[in-house]
Design a protein around this ligand. Structure first.
Ligand code: UDP
Ligand code: UDP
Length: 409
């Protein structure tokens, strides 16, 4: 049996669930450590109810700083109820440092599922070995907290980046033709020597398309005529920027579907739409667009033929989902790994400064009219499908990895 350890956050849970579906299809037994937040546990419960062979195991969550001396007796991995016995672990990068000694103690192969870009992995792998973070990676890509050695993000990246070498393999949700160069330098020892194989197994495919209430509205629009705007599950724009974005959408003249979050964490967002954008706006755009404050099924939206462009914060799942559906992205990264991910897309803004409604409107126009970008996105869609299709690059790497991971013990 294979045990999956995602960390908190839909951006981490989703790729794990997608991987689990493929593992299950290959006859692997998969279990999950349940996650905690409400949005995630309801998502996970729904997933488990529709994938009855995949289980959820109740056990203590590994503390981030686990004492290796007590690892042997840790209830998480030594529960006598584990039957069949574990064959491997698949863990999030943010648990690499905590899990490595436990896995070693139990002689369990430990795989990492890296949920961000290969470019970000290069930074994470490289980071612990450099004192001066500006050495080989352009400063502008580096998440600002990394310049502060005391920041939690810095300590996490240092510890977990350093622990990468203790894993058996790094599965990554990207594909060869999207990130050829980064994958190559990761695998040929240029970034850091001694890394385990970095296996591009993406883009991990969606396993279901749910019909949301906006489907009828989408169905009524002309092909490639709608801009989709979303900043993922946990990024809220500053209020002022939300206003400008509203203005920009209005000025662009395009129809839009805008998923709007007022607070950083989706589950505790109590604000009403009208607190974020004014009544006048909602009234003025009611024939032009849909503004949603709830959780949407992004997969369904991106797959819809009327979506012609995506204004995105460049969370890596969003980038790979757009690539899979062939939707051009206007990149607007905010924090964390998003700026590095946006470099893969190379089209958009930097993030810190207020962008005016006029500029947004203009850039949306460019996004929607740019035929070269459309061709590129369509090409990428073809490449993505080829990669995960039978015999494609990603499919081959994943199939081989599964053979090792699910070996019966
Ligand atoms: N997502 C969704 N509906 C929402 C917001 C997000 O389905 O209303 C999904 C999105 O498709 C993606 C994930 O949640 O799979 C967000 O991950 P991403 O890496 O894009 O960004 P994060 O939320 O981690 O910043
Ligand atoms: N992060 C990372 N690798 C990953 C996922 C996340 O380095 O595979 C970074 C990311 O940049 C983020 C930080 O870890 O800023 C903290 O994780 P969090 O769960 O807040 O990030 P997110 O879900 O937004 O990626």
């Amino acid at each position: 049996m294979l045990l999956c350890f995602p960390v908190l956050g839909m951006g981490h849970l989703t790729p794990f669930l997608r991987l689990a579906v493929t593992l299950d299809a290959h006859g692997c037994m998969v279990s999950f450590r349940p996650t905690v937040s409400l949005a995630e546990s309801s998502h996970l419960n729904h997933f488990l109810s529709t994938h009855p062979r995949i289980q959820s195991l109740e056990f203590h969550i590994l503390p981030l700083e686990l004492d290796p001396a007590t690892a042997n007796s840790h209830p998480a991995l030594c529960s006598p109820s584990l039957s069949p016995p574990l064959s491997s672990l698949v863990i999030d990068i943010l648990l690499a440092d905590a899990v490595a000694p436990v896995a070693a103690n139990l002689s369990l192969p430990n795989y990492i599922l890296f949920t961000s870009s290969a470019k970000m992995l290069a930074l994470v792998a490289h980071f612990p070995t450099i004192a001066d973070t500006s050495s080989r990676i352009p400063k502008s890509w580096i998440p600002p907290p990394l310049f502060n050695p005391a920041h939690l993000f810095t300590t996490l990246i240092k510890a977990n980046g350093g622990a990468l070498i203790h894993s058996k393999g790094i599965l990554i949700n990207t594909f060869e033709s999207l990130e050829r160069e980064s994958l190559s330098v990761l695998n040929n020892g240029t970034v850091v020597s001694g890394l385990p194989p970095v296996l591009a197994i993406g883009p991990l495919e969606p396993y279901e398309y749910k019909n949301g209430p906006w489907l009828a509205w989408l169905d009524a629009q002309p092909e490639e005529s709608v801009v989709y705007v979303s900043f993922g599950s946990r990024t809220a724009l500053p209020k002022e920027q939300i206003k400008e974005l509203g203005t920009g959408l209005e000025r662009s003249g395009y129809k839009f579907l805008w998923v709007l979050k007022g607070m950083k964490v989706d589950t505790e967002d109590e604000e009403e739409l009208v607190d974020l954008v004014d009544h006048g706006f909602l009234e003025r755009v009611k024939d032009k667009g849909v503004v949603i404050k709830d959780w949407v099924d992004q997969t369904e939206i991106l797959a819809h033929k009327v979506i012609g462009g995506f204004v995105s914060h460049c969370g890596w799942n969003s980038v790979t989902e757009a690539a899979y559906q062939g939707v051009p992205i206007l990149a607007w990264p905010q924090y964390g790994d998003q700026k590095i991910n946006a470099e893969v897309v190379k089209w958009g803004w930097g993030g810190e400064e207020l962008v005016s409604g006029d500029e947004i409107g203009m850039r949306i126009g460019e996004l929607m009219e740019n035929n070269q970008l459309k061709r590129q996105a369509r090409h990428l869609r073809g490449e993505a499908r080829k990669a995960v299709g039978s015999g494609g690059n990603s499919d081959q790497l994943l199939t081989a990895a599964i053979m090792h991971m699910c070996e019966k013990t």
